[in-house]
Design a protein around this ligand. Structure first.
Ligand code: ZN
Ligand code: ZN
Length: 364
C-alpha cells in the first residue's frame, strides 16, 4: 500500500469512527453539534467538509445562543477538540470567552467569523485559554476590514498580555504600513482590561445586550496565589432571554455557586473521575520523592470531578449543565478515550437536571 493509499484508508476509518461516536451520542440523548446557521435544533450527520472559501454568514438571528468552539481540557493539540473557547451570540453579536489554540478556525467553521468580534473575556491566562489570541489580533488587523476596536477583559495580567501580543505583531504591522500604505496603528484597535477577582459577583461589563459579572474561581490554590498576582475568574452572562455561566477552570467553588444561582446554562469544566484518581496517585508518588508541587497535584487539586460539578450545579439550582474543557479530550481520531458515562455519572449522582457533554461547534 502506498503512503497515499494508507492516508486515504486512515481518513475513511476515522470518518467511520466519528459517525459511530455521533450515533452513540444520539442514542444517549446528548445534543449533537452542527456547523451552519445558529439554530439549536439542527445537527450534522457527518464530518463537515472543509469550506472552499469563507462560509457565507447567516443573517443575525434574534435571541441568545451558546456556541462551544473548543472543548478540549488542558493544553494539547488533537484532531477532534480545539483548546478552550466559547461564544455567546446575542442578537447576532458575538462575545468570546477564552481563545485557546484552534479558536480562530472554529470561529470560521461556526460561521461566527472573527473580523466583527469586538469583545473577548479571559477566564485566566493559562496558554490553553489564550494561545490563539495573537493569531486573532493579527488577522483582525491584517484583514483590514475591522474599523471598531477589540476590547479584551481578563484577570490581572491581561493588559500586559495584550501589550505583549501587540509586540509580537509589530514587525508585521511595520512592514505592511510601510509597504502597503496601511494607516491604522494596531495599538488603537486592541485594548486590554484587568478585571478584579472578587469572592462576590462583580459587574465587569455591560452594554445594551448583555451584563457580565465575575467572581474569582478556585483554579489557583492559596499556596500559589500567595506567591503571584495571577487569578482565575468565572463569568456570568445575563441577556434578555438567558443566563449563561462559564466556570473557566476551577475546583469546587462556593464563589461560583453564588455566581450561578438559577442560571439557565452552567458551562463547567470537568475531569473524568479516573483522571482525578490517576493524578492523585502520581502526586503522592511525586511528594514521596520530594516534589510536593507537581503537574499531577495541579491537575487533581485545581479542576472539578463530575461530583464537584454536580454539587455546584445542584446547590446553585441551575437548569442545565454543559460539560466543557473535558479531561481527557478525544485523543484517538474520531473517538473518545473514555465513555461519556465517565463524565456524566458523577454529575447525575448529585444533580437532577439536564446534563449535556459538550463538543466543538455545538450550539445550544
Ligand atoms: Zn484549562
Ligand atoms: Zn487553567
Amino acid at each position: 500500500m502506498s503512503i497515499f493509499d494508507h492516508k486515504l484508508s486512515t481518513i475513511a476509518r476515522s470518518r467511520r469512527s466519528v459517525l459511530r461516536s455521533l450515533a452513540r451520542l444520539a442514542g444517549t440523548g446528548v445534543a449533537l453539534p452542527f456547523v451552519a446557521a445558529l439554530e439549536p435544533s439542527r445537527a450534522f450527520a457527518q464530518t463537515p467538509a472543509p469550506p472552499a472559501g469563507p462560509p457565507p454568514r447567516p443573517a443575525p438571528q434574534p435571541g441568545t445562543r451558546l456556541v462551544l468552539l473548543g472543548t478540549h481540557g488542558g493544553p494539547g493539540i488533537e484532531q477532534n477538540r480545539a483548546e478552550t473557547a466559547s461564544a455567546v451570540v446575542v442578537d447576532g453579536t458575538p462575545y468570546l470567552v477564552d481563545c485557546g489554540y484552534g479558536s480562530l478556525r472554529n470561529l470560521v467553521l461556526s460561521t461566527i467569523g472573527y473580523q466583527q468580534l469586538d469583545t473577548i473575556f479571559f477566564t485566566h491566562l493559562h496558554d490553553d485559554h489564550t494561545s490563539d489570541l495573537p493569531a486573532l489580533m493579527s488577522h483582525q488587523w491584517t484583514g483590514g476590514a475591522k474599523k471598531t476596536s477589540t476590547e479584551i477583559y481578563g484577570p490581572p495580567g491581561t493588559t500586559k498580555l495584550i501589550e505583549a501580543a501587540l509586540g509580537f505583531l509589530r514587525s508585521n504591522t511595520e512592514i505592511r504600513m510601510v509597504d502597503e500604505g496601511r494607516t491604522i496603528d494596531p495599538v488603537t484597535l486592541f485594548h486590554g482590561h484587568d478585571v478584579p477577582a472578587t469572592p462576590a459577583p462583580t459587574r465587569v461589563f455591560a452594554d445594551d445586550r448583555v451584563t457580565v459579572t465575575a467572581v474569582e474561581s478556585a483554579h489557583f490554590p492559596a499556596r500559589a496565589t500567595a506567591k503571584m498576582t495571577h487569578r482565575a475568574l468565572a463569568y456570568r452572562f445575563d441577556t434578555k432571554q438567558r443566563s449563561i455561566v462559564f466556570t473557566g477552570d476551577t475546583a469546587y467553588s462556593e464563589n461560583i455557586v453564588g455566581l450561578a444561582k438559577g442560571a439557565d446554562l452552567f458551562v463547567c469544566e470537568c475531569m473524568a473521575q479516573s483522571v482525578y484518581e490517576a493524578n492523585i496517585a502520581r502526586a503522592r508518588e511525586a511528594e514521596a520523592a520530594g516534589n510536593p508541587v507537581s503537574i499531577a497535584r495541579h491537575v487533581a487539586e485545581t479542576h472539578s470531578t463530575p461530583r464537584d460539578v454536580g454539587r455546584m450545579a445542584a446547590k446553585a439550582q441551575v437548569k442545565t449543565v454543559v460539560l466543557h474543557h473535558l479531561l481527557p479530550g478525544a485523543r484517538q481520531p474520531g473517538g473518545l478515550d473514555y465513555p461519556l458515562s465517565n463524565f456524566t455519572d458523577g454529575v447525575r449522582a448529585e444533580f437532577a437536571g439536564e446534563v449535556i457533554v459538550g463538543q466543538d461547534l455545538m450550539v445550544l
